[in-house]
Ligand binder design. Structure first.
Ligand code: ADP
Ligand code: MG
Ligand code: MG
Length: 252
């Protein structure tokens, strides 16, 4: 599904990712934790192809293709979903219109017929209910005046509608209340599937109380310094990152 090998990336003059390796197979849920400034969000931005994030070395293979050879739109339509890719407000474009276009672009890529307005509306209403957003959110401008929690629910709604093969969620900076956290967790859990994988970037163990990861990785100073199962997250919660000890100091 996704194989990241020896990834080095910089922002402006600063080297941030410094030899990151990660492999995600179909159906797996990976959590990435790590201290502030470790490069977690940068990893997501690099994969999404955000401007200003420069790849210096390394490869990323996504479903058998070189990710960096793919246009941004192609990454999305080939099944890569980055929850933070669309946080911007797009006044004047309705949420529904925006999502219908994204969904139909994805379907076209897969060789499926485009959904009619009626068909899409039905699916969108169901997804809206699932994330507990009032239906008028479909008519509103994309993210226009949405609260943090509403943006989050909206992201999960996009995920449900787009049916991506790999979902990357960066939960680091969102002050989610427990309800919104549950929506994220339920959204992810409802979409778990042997053919779909998740990378969940999170500062806190809290979210992982609701989403049980198959693997937990610690990212520090631009690379994965430790990997384990869900118990690694519990250990981080209890002891912080100090337990990484010498190994951690070496990369600090
Ligand atoms: P994390 O998500 O793990 O907290 P980030 O990936 O956001 O870490 O940031 C990693 C490092 O890169 C930080 O030191 C941060 O200040 C720096 N950084 C991130 N984006 C930029 C940018 N656009 N310009 C300069 N430095 C940046
Ligand atoms: Mg941060
Ligand atoms: Mg971050």
């Amino acid at each position: 599904m996704l194989k990241i090998s020896n990834l080095h990336a910089r922002v402006e003059d600063k080297a941030i990712l410094q030899g990151l390796n990660l492999e995600v197979k179909p159906g797996e849920v990976h959590a990435i934790m790590g201290p502030n400034g470790a490069g977690k969000s940068t990893l997501g931005y690099v994969l999404s192809g955000r401007d200003g994030y420069e790849v210096e070395q390394g490869d990323v293979n996504f479903n058998g293709k070189d990710l960096f050879e793919m246009e941004i739109e192609e990454r999305a339509s080939s099944g890569l979903f980055l929850a933070f890719q669309y946080p911007v407000e797009i006044p004047g474009v309705s949420n529904m219109e925006f999502m219908k276009e994204s969904v139909n672009a994805t379907r076209e890529q897969r060789g499926e017929e485009a959904l009619s307005a009626t068909e899409f509306l039905k699916l969108a209403k169901e997804a809206c209910k699932q994330v507990q957003l009032p239906l008028d959110f479909l008519k509103r401008g994309v993210n226009e005046g949405f609260s943090g929690g509403e943006k989050k629910r909206n992201e999960i709604m996009q995920m449900i509608l787009l049916k991506p093969s790999l979902c990357i969620l960066d939960e680091s900076d969102s002050g989610l209340d427990v309800d919104a956290l549950q929506v994220v967790a339920n959204g992810v859990n409802s979409q778990r599937d042997p053919q779909r994988s998740f990378i969940i970037i999170t500062h806190y163990q809290r979210l992982l109380d609701y989403i049980k990861p198959d693997f937990v990785h610690i990212l520090a100073n631009g690379k994965i310094v430790k990997s384990g199962d869900a118990s690694l997250a519990l250990q981080v919660e209890k002891e912080g990152y100090a337990f990484l000890g010498k190994e951690f100091e070496e990369v600090s």
